[in-house]
Design a protein around this ligand. Structure first.
Ligand SMILES: Cc1cc2nc3c(=O)[nH]c(=O)nc-3n(C[C@H](O)[C@H](O)[C@H](O)COP(=O)(O)OP(=O)(O)OC[C@H]3O[C@@H](n4cnc5c(N)ncnc54)[C@H](O)[C@@H]3O)c2cc1C
Length: 455
């Protein structure tokens, strides 16, 4: 699909989305389905700016055999509109693989396959996306002293051209960024797992045939397994503070923390209850590993013990205390915390699988930041509809999808609710004016959208 010229004047849009990962992709589909159900005059005009040159969902971690941590029915649409032809089931049907998938008897598709699904969906709504366009700031547009519109300013990656898109509503869904321990700088032999596959493709010469992997979560365990399989001559040292990998709690009652209704409960709860719930249910998502993968790693460690060649070493209750770069590798000082004993490991590469954090939306807000309100803890103040609360002189609206764990709970950064919250957000936009301001359609919109959002 041809990209719109940077200088194109496309008038005022109802929604400009920043980022085009699953959150805004689900929103684009919800808008498409909504527009198909209303008169052309009432249709919402939407556009999305994405900094990647084409659609991609955590490409660096599309490891062979890695599976999803969410049921395939929590796709981009099904919980909002089970009849949508953007569902995972529709995708499988179109690939002529539906019956094979059913025979497979799994709820958790391959990560690669889910990526293909997202890419398939993104391609179908490709006319509303401008790729290779990184949003750098938002600028308020004043009309009679009031912020009536927002200019979303982006920069083209290939040409350096500036792109400005004017909107009534801006939806920021910029996802996660890698998190590293303080003082660690990435380099040729110091990696974060987020770009593992491209790093491996450019692997520097291996002298020691040894890797260090720091971390005890799902990504760390996946990287450990991957390197151990991919480099059959290499030792892999897994360094973490826990005594052992801990399993992810995906039991039925605990899983309800990801339900749409749990977002209502969480949003309404007082701050101490919010903290309590997040602490109780951290083990559904943070620093935990799928039990099958834990069993697989243990099986490998045990088998190597039996055969007398131990390539996979679990350095438990340990921490990295120093890291030095060598000409042809790295030297990592690792301390076994119970005794304080230290060991220096020379390796070809060290991989930090030390997690991710939500990108700070304030970096994108630009001059809009001073108009946004904070909660008493200094975090963005959000409505239940994901709207950033702004001062009294703003009628343009800003929404955030993703970085809302403090207000909307543990499912915020995940896929569990992408479909439902896209519908909720769309209903909010339309309820607060949406395209009605351009076409004067007004009433009636809310009713149709209410139906769309809850279908
Ligand atoms: C390896 C991995 C596996 C995961 N697996 C699961 C899983 O199985 N189940 C689950 O529920 N969750 C999973 N997650 C959590 C993950 O956060 C969600 O799957 C999902 O990516 C959230 O979608 P999003 O659109 O909010 O964010 P993202 O997918 O991160 O998308 C954000 C987009 O915004 C773009 N962007 C960022 N800044 C700018 C800018 N300034 N201008 C323009 N574009 C910008 C980015 O390029 C990106 O495409 C996984 C995460 C990782 C890292």
């Amino acid at each position: 699909m041809a990209r719109r010229p940077a200088s194109a004047d496309i008038g005022i849009l109802d929604i400009v989305g920043v980022g085009f990962g699953p959150s805004n992709l689900a929103l684009a589909i919800a808008a498409r389905e909504y527009n198909a159900s209303v008169s052309p005059a009432a249709a919402l005009r939407v556009s999305f700016l994405e900094r990647q040159p084409h659609f991609g969902w955590h490409r660096g971690m599309l490891l062979e055999g890695a599976t999803m941590q969410v049921c395939y029915l929590k796709d981009l649409v099904t919980l909002r509109n089970p009849a949508s032809d953007f569902s995972y089931v529709s995708f499988l049907h179109e690939q002529d693989r539906l019956v094979d998938f059913i025979n497979h008897k799994t709820m958790f598709p391959l990560r690669q396959e889910f990526h293909d699904y997202l890419e398939w969906a993104a391609h179908r709504v490709g006319d509303v996306v401008e790729y290779d366009t990184r949003v750098v700031e938002l600028r308020p547009v004043l009309v009679d002293g009031e912020i009536a519109l927002i200019d979303v300013v982006g920069v083209r990656g290939d040409t350096g051209e500036t792109v400005v898109r004017r909107a009534r509503n801006v939806v920021i869904a910029v996802g996660l960024e890698p998190s590293l321990p303080p003082g660690i700088e990435l380099g040729e032999r110091v990696w974060h797992n987020h770009d593992l596959l491209s790093r491996v493709a450019d692997m520097p010469t291996a002298v020691r045939h040894r890797f260090v992997v720091v971390g005890a979560g799902q990504s760390a365990a996946e990287v450990t397994e991957f390197l151990h399989t991919r480099y059959p001559r290499a030792e892999v040292m897994a360094v973490f503070a826990r005594y052992g990998y801990s399993p992810a709690d995906n039991s039925a009652f605990a899983n309800q923390i990801f339900d749409p209704a749990a977002v209502d409960d969480f949003y309404a709860a007082p701050p101490p209850v919010k903290e309590m719930l997040n602490a109780y249910h951290r083990s559904t998502n943070y620093s935990v590993v799928d039990i099958d993968l834990i069993d697989e790693l243990y099986r490998r460690v045990y088998q190597e013990k039996v055969h007398g060649r131990e390539r996979l070493r679990i350095m438990r209750a340990s921490r990295l205390v120093d890291l030095r770069r060598l000409d042809d590798g790295v030297a990592a000082d690792v301390e076994f915390m119970p005794t304080g004993q230290r060991e220096t490991i020379e390796a070809d590469v060290i991989v930090f699988a030390t997690g991710y954090r939500s990108r700070d939306t304030r970096q994108i807000l630009g001059a809009m930041a001073e108009h946004c309100l904070d909660d008493p803890a200094g975090r963005p103040l959000l409505g239940r509809d994901y709207r950033l609360m702004t001062g009294p002189n703003s009628s343009a609206d800003l929404y955030v999808l993703g970085a809302t764990e403090h207000s909307h709970g543990i499912s915020s950064t995940l896929l569990s609710n992408v479909a439902v919250r896209a519908g909720e957000l769309l209903r909010s936009v339309a309820g607060r004016g949406g395209a009605a301001r351009t076409d004067g359609a007004g009433s009636g919109r809310d009713g149709e959208l209410g139906e769309l959002a809850s279908r």
